[in-house]
Design a protein around this ligand. Structure first.
Ligand SMILES: Cc1cc2nc3c(=O)[nH]c(=O)nc-3n(C[C@H](O)[C@H](O)[C@H](O)COP(=O)(O)OP(=O)(O)OC[C@H]3O[C@@H](n4cnc5c(N)ncnc54)[C@H](O)[C@@H]3O)c2cc1C
Length: 488
């Protein structure tokens, strides 16, 4: 207790009274995210939340945390939907939203240099002023590219632009040292050339990707942007079956002309189109579902006007010969789908509407396994007799497929929606989720992008030893993110 009082005083002196809170009402929102219901894990009430404003302040906080052996949980916007930024063992929550500066937007290197509290929307506005754009997530505008890099990194642009948008990083390691990766590693590099990732041997920027913050607190990131083309447009195609739609993706990707690619089943599409109110209305939902094909393939193209016209013609041919057809949508529907396809929008928040409960079955597999992974999940959902929370009809789950790296692999996400207030049903959802993962992992080798502790038990010993060895080296007192499902 004495120790806690002394630590809180030092922290207050460091960040200033306006940037620290110990009030329960301020702390409670940091103890949950939309996924914690599914995890049977309790979080402790943290001692305080801090909103630091500089790398130096974070370094001092980390040094104090080591001295007092207190856990630290960083978060940017806390929308990770995986329960990973929660203070499982109490201590200090480091809310990084006040660090929201964009230091530079550089047309020559196609990069921006940002702090962790910069959100996708803010960065998009800054980039567009210079005829560039972000390479965003499909997900919401008000979350951070830095938090995302530490997490999943899924984008409809995955097929063409590497999802790996980070170039170089500045990081406060949990032992209090400052690390700069890539060409930022030298003084001169940090000053005049922080724009090259692959310098000085192994890729230390990559070490942080998917690390969930276990290895350090990122205070600065040089992030890739893309040039805006003269013409950019999204084309939508209809398929009755999943198999030909997947085949079409493979063929389109080999043409190397697509900017974004995303395949959805109509149960995903309808959530992007209707408002949460309409989703509660069985008649409105049924009508929208009737107007949609079973699978919608969205392809973004761009270039000079002549180029875009040619791409559109070529795509049409490819789609027709794969058994699909052009889908014309009412303007309002098209605008909603465009927003989702181009990423970092608000419409995607409807994905889980009208309730907030959802269980995500995520796995990356070769495209040839994607159909089986979908069918198997469909069978398991039917076996568990999950019901639609509004109509009580059998639950139809959402499907989203995004190709990675010119379709050498695909990201398959399937969502089971439920009403979190229906506790009995939630137990069924949890059991169903466990079985879905068991099947897709053991039968199809499906992999997730983040280092869940249980998944780490399955990897060869040397792999886990490297991840754990690095953690011990940079975090000898185990102060950063201890006790959670993703703690290394
Ligand atoms: C409807 C919806 C759709 C989504 N779609 C996508 C999608 O298409 N693609 C995708 O990739 N994700 C998606 N997400 C997930 C998520 O919103 C994004 O990944 C988002 O970018 C996370 O950013 P954040 O700022 O909220 O991260 P946070 O939740 O704050 O942080 C993520 C993790 O990193 C740690 N962390 C955060 N900042 C730092 C830092 N500076 N240093 C060290 N550790 C830190 C946290 O402790 C946590 O473990 C979606 C979410 C929703 C709700």
């Amino acid at each position: 207790m004495e120790n806690q009082t002394a630590l809180l005083k030092k922290l207050k002196d460091l960040v200033g009274e306006a940037h620290i809170s110990t009030h329960k009402a301020d702390l409670l929102p940091y103890m949950r995210d939309s996924y914690t219901n599914l995890m049977n894990r309790e979080a402790a009430l943290p001692d305080c939340v801090l909103m630091p404003r500089s790398t130096e302040e974070i370094q001092q906080i980390v040094l104090l945390a080591n001295e007092y052996k207190v856990p630290v949980y960083p978060r940017s916007f806390g929308v990770n939907i995986a329960g990973s930024a929660i203070p499982y063992q109490g201590g200090i929550v480091l809310d990084l939203k006040a660090m929201n500066q964009i230091f530079e937007v550089n047309e020559d290197t196609l990069t921006a240099t940002i702090e962790p509290g910069v959100c996708w929307g803010q960065l998009r506005k800054a980039a567009r002023k210079k005829a560039m754009d972000i390479i965003p997530i499909i997900g919401p505008y008000q979350t951070s590219p830095v938090g995302n890099y530490l997490l999943t990194n899924i984008t409809a642009y995955s097929s063409r632009y590497s999802m790996d948008r980070a170039v170089t990083l500045e990081v406060v390691l949990p032992n209090g040292e400052i690390l700069r990766t890539g060409s930022q590693a030298t003084e001169i590099g940090a000053e005049v050339n922080p724009y090259f990732r692959y310098s000085y041997g192994p890729d230390l920027t990559g070490l942080f990707r998917g690390s969930m913050g276990n290895y350090g607190i990122i205070t600065k990131m040089v992030i890739r942007l893309r040039p805006l083309a003269e013409v950019e447009k999204n084309l939508y195609f209809a398929f009755k079956e999943l198999k030909p739609a997947l085949k079409a993706i493979q063929r389109i990707e080999r043409l190397e002309i697509s900017r974004t690619v995303m395949l959805q089943n109509k149960h995903f599409t309808v959530h992007c189109l209707l408002s949460p109110e309409d989703l509660k209305d069985p008649a409105a939902k049924e009508e929208a579902l009737r107007s949609l094909p079973d699978f919608v393939l969205a392809v973004g193209i761009g270039g000079k006007a002549r180029q875009a016209a040619l791409y559109e013609e070529m795509l049409g041919e490819e789609i027709r010969s794969s058994g699909g057809e052009t889908l014309s949508l009412p303007d309002a529907f098209k605008q909603s789908l465009d927003e989702v396809q181009e990423g970092a929008g608000q419409k995607i928040l409807r994905m889980f509407a009208p309730f907030s409960g959802y269980a995500a079955v995520i796995g990356c597999v070769p495209i040839t396994s994607a159909e089986n992974v979908y069918r198997r999940v469909q069978e398991i959902v039917a076996k568990f007799d999950l019901k639609d929370s509004i109509t009580d009809d059998p639950l139809q789950h959402e499907l989203l497929v995004v190709p990675y790296d010119r379709c050498s692999s695909v990201y398959v996400e399937q969502e089971l929606l439920y009403d979190p207030l229906d506790i009995d049903n939630m137990e069924k959802v949890k059991a169903c989720l466990r079985e879905c993962y068991k099947v897709i992992v053991t039968e199809y080798g499906a992999v997730h992008t983040i280092p869940n502790r249980r998944l780490l038990e399955r990897v060869v010993p040397g792999y886990a030893a490297i991840l754990r060895g690095i953690k011990t080296m940079v975090d000898p007192n185990g102060i950063l993110l201890p006790g959670g499902p993703y703690s290394i």
